[in-house]
Design a protein around this ligand. Structure first.
Ligand SMILES: *Cc1c(COP(=O)(O)O)cnc(C)c1O
Length: 481
C-alpha cells in the first residue's frame, strides 16, 4: 500500500498514474460531441449505487475505466461551445498545470511554515489585483473558496466596523438582483430577518441610486444602522453593473461600508476594451472577485480584497499550535491571520501560472471576446420576432424568452419555455440556464466560451424554438382532443 504514497520512491508511479488520467481527459475533450449526454438521475444513480466502496480495485487503469461509466462519460462539459448555462468558464491550460502542481506539492496557505514561497506568491497576486482595482497603498486581501465566502468575509468586516454592536439594528442594502449569498451572509452574521434591504433596479437591471438614497435616509429615520451597501459589478443573471461612482458618493455621505461584488465582472479588470465599465470600483472598502468565473480558472479561485489591510484583523485569532501572536512581531507572514479558513489550498498558483504564461492581456482578450459575442447575440435576439430579450448586455449574459405570436396566455408561454429548457438538457445538444423576470420564466445564455460563435447561438435558438413549438403543438392537440 505504501506504493500509493507520493514520495521519493514513487515518483515514477506518480508520473505514470497522472499521465494515464490526463490521457483519458485529453481523449474525452477531443471527442466530446455535445456538452452533455442527457443522462437522467434515474439512469445514473444505480450505476454509482452498485459500486462497493469496501472492495477496492487495486488498479489505476481499472479505476479509470470505472470512472468513465460513473462520471466522465456523462459529465457536463464546460469547454463545449454549446454549454451556455451558468457562470462556468472553460479553463486555460496554464491554470490546469498550476492545479496539478499545487495538489501534488500540497502546500497549505495558512502559515508560512506550510507554504513558504506559496505565501509570497499569493500576496503578490493580491497586490496585483488590488492595484488593478485601484484600492491604494494600504490595500490587502486573501484568496477564498469562492464569491460566497468572499462576500461573507467582506460583510463580517463591515459588521465589525459598523457604528453599533446591536445586531438587530443593522441593515445591508443591495439591489434586488444581487447574489443570494448576501442574504446567506446576513443570516450567518446574526443580523435580523429583515436586515437585507432590497433596492429596486432600473430598466437595465442596475441599482437605482435614487432609491438607494431613499432607503439610506429611511434606515436613519427608523433608527436602523446601515452596515454596508453591496453593489453588484456584474449581476449573475444580467451582467448588469450598478452605478459604482454614485453609490460610492452615497456611501461616503452616510459613512457606510461599500462592498463591490465583482464575482462576475472582475474579468473587466484585465479587459483591453471595456475596463471603463467597472470604473468606480476603486472607491470600494471591499471587493469580491471570482477568478473562476471570468479569468478562465478552474474552481476554486476567488479573493476578497480590502481598501484598508487593518480591517482584516476582524478575522484574526492566534493559536499557539499554529500562528502565535509573537510571529506578528517577528514579521512571519501567516495568511491564516486574514482568512476564515485554516487549511487552505494554494489556488493562487493557478492564476500565477496563467499570468506568467499568458499575461493579463491574454485573459482580458478572451473576456472581451465573450462580451463582444454577447453583444452580437443580443442583436440576433432583438431582431428575431420569436424572442423577447430583456437587456442589452454589459458583460456576457443574455436573458430572453420564446414568445410565440399566436399564444397570448403568459402562463402558457412560461410552460413552453420551461419545457424547451428541459428538452434541450435531455437532448444534450446544448445546455442553457433559466431565471425569472417580473414573475415570468425566461431562458439565459451565459457566454464565457470564446469558442462559441454566433452560429452556435443561432443554432441553439432554433433548437429552443423547435422544442417550444413542439410543446405548444402538443398542448393544443391535448386541448382539441
Ligand atoms: C457566482 C456569484 C457569487 C458566488 O460565487 P461562488 O464562487 O459561486 O461562491 C457571488 N456573487 C455574484 C454576483 C456571482 O455571480
Amino acid at each position: 500500500m505504501r506504493s500509493h504514497l507520493l514520495n521519493d520512491t514513487t515518483a515514477e508511479q506518480y508520473r505514470r498514474s497522472v499521465t494515464e488520467g490526463v490521457e483519458r481527459v485529453a481523449a474525452k475533450l477531443a471527442t466530446t460531441q455535445r456538452p452533455f449526454t442527457g443522462v437522467t438521475v434515474d439512469a445514473l444513480a444505480p450505476v454509482i449505487e452498485r459500486i462497493d466502496l469496501d472492495r477496492p480495485l487495486h488498479d489505476t487503469t481499472a479505476a479509470l475505466d470505472e470512472l468513465e461509466d460513473v462520471y466522465l462519460r456523462d459529465a457536463v462539459y464546460f469547454h463545449h461551445p454549446r454549454y451556455l448555462a451558468h457562470l462556468n468558464c472553460p479553463v486555460v491550460i496554464p491554470a490546469v498545470l498550476g492545479e496539478a502542481v499545487l495538489s501534488a506539492v500540497n502546500s497549505s496557505l495558512d502559515t508560512w511554515d506550510q507554504s513558504a514561497g506559496g505565501t509570497l506568491i499569493e500576496r503578490k497576486l493580491i497586490d496585483w489585483t488590488t492595484a488593478r482595482i485601484g484600492l491604494g497603498a494600504a490595500a490587502d486581501g486573501v484568496f477564498t473558496s469562492g464569491g460566497t465566502q468572499s462576500n461573507l468575509q467582506a460583510l463580517l468586516l463591515a459588521r465589525e466596523e459598523a457604528k453599533t454592536r446591536d445586531l438587530a439594528k443593522l441593515c445591508v442594502l443591495t439591489s434586488e438582483v444581487s447574489h443570494f449569498s448576501v442574504q446567506k451572509s446576513a443570516k450567518l452574521l446574526g443580523l435580523g430577518p429583515d436586515a437585507v434591504v432590497s433596492v429596486p433596479v432600473d430598466h437595465d437591471q442596475r441599482m437605482q441610486t435614487v432609491a438607494l438614497a431613499r432607503e439610506l435616509a429611511r434606515c436613519a429615520e427608523d433608527g436602523r444602522v446601515p452596515m454596508a451597501v453591496v453593489a453588484t459589478a456584474g449581476s449573475t443573471d444580467f451582467g448588469s453593473i450598478d452605478p459604482l461612482p454614485e453609490i460610492a458618493e452615497l456611501c461616503a455621505q452616510y459613512g457606510v461600508w461599500m462592498h463591490v461584488d465583482a464575482a462576475y465582472g472582475c474579468g473587466l479588470l484585465a479587459s483591453l476594451k471595456h475596463r471603463d465599465r467597472i470604473n468606480g470600483i476603486e472607491h470600494a472598502d471591499s471587493v469580491t472577485v471570482d477568478y473562476h468565473k471570468s479569468f478562465f480558472q478552474p474552481v476554486s479561485s476567488s479573493a476578497v480584497l480590502v481598501r484598508d489591510a487593518v480591517t482584516l484583523r476582524h478575522a484574526t485569532y492566534h493559536a499557539e499550535y499554529l500562528n502565535p501572536r509573537r510571529m506578528v512581531t517577528e514579521r512571519i507572514p501567516n495568511q491564516v491571520d486574514k482568512s476564515l479558513q485554516t487549511t487552505r489550498r494554494f489556488d493562487a498558483l493557478k492564476l500565477w501560472m496563467t499570468l506568467r504564461v499568458m499575461g493579463a492581456d491574454g485573459i482580458g482578450r478572451l473576456f472581451d471576446e465573450v462580451c463582444d459575442l454577447a453583444r452580437d447575440g443580443w442583436r440576433l435576439l432583438d431582431a428575431d420576432p420569436r424572442f423577447d430579450v430583456v437587456v442589452e448586455p454589459s458583460l456576457s449574459t443574455l436573458v430572453f424568452r420564446y414568445v410565440p405570436a399566436a399564444v397570448t396566455d403568459p402562463a402558457h408561454v412560461d410552460r413552453a419555455n420551461l419545457y424547451a429548457r428541459k428538452a434541450l438538457f435531455a437532448s444534450g445538444d446544448a445546455v442553457v440556464a433559466g431565471t425569472k423576470v417580473a414573475g415570468r420564466h425566461y431562458l439565459k445564455f451565459t457566454l464565457l466560451n470564446p469558442e462559441t460563435t454566433t452560429a452556435d447561438i443561432t443554432a441553439v435558438l432554433d433548437l429552443i424554438a423547435g422544442h417550444a413549438e413542439q410543446y405548444l403543438g402538443e398542448s393544443l392537440d391535448r386541448v382539441a382532443s
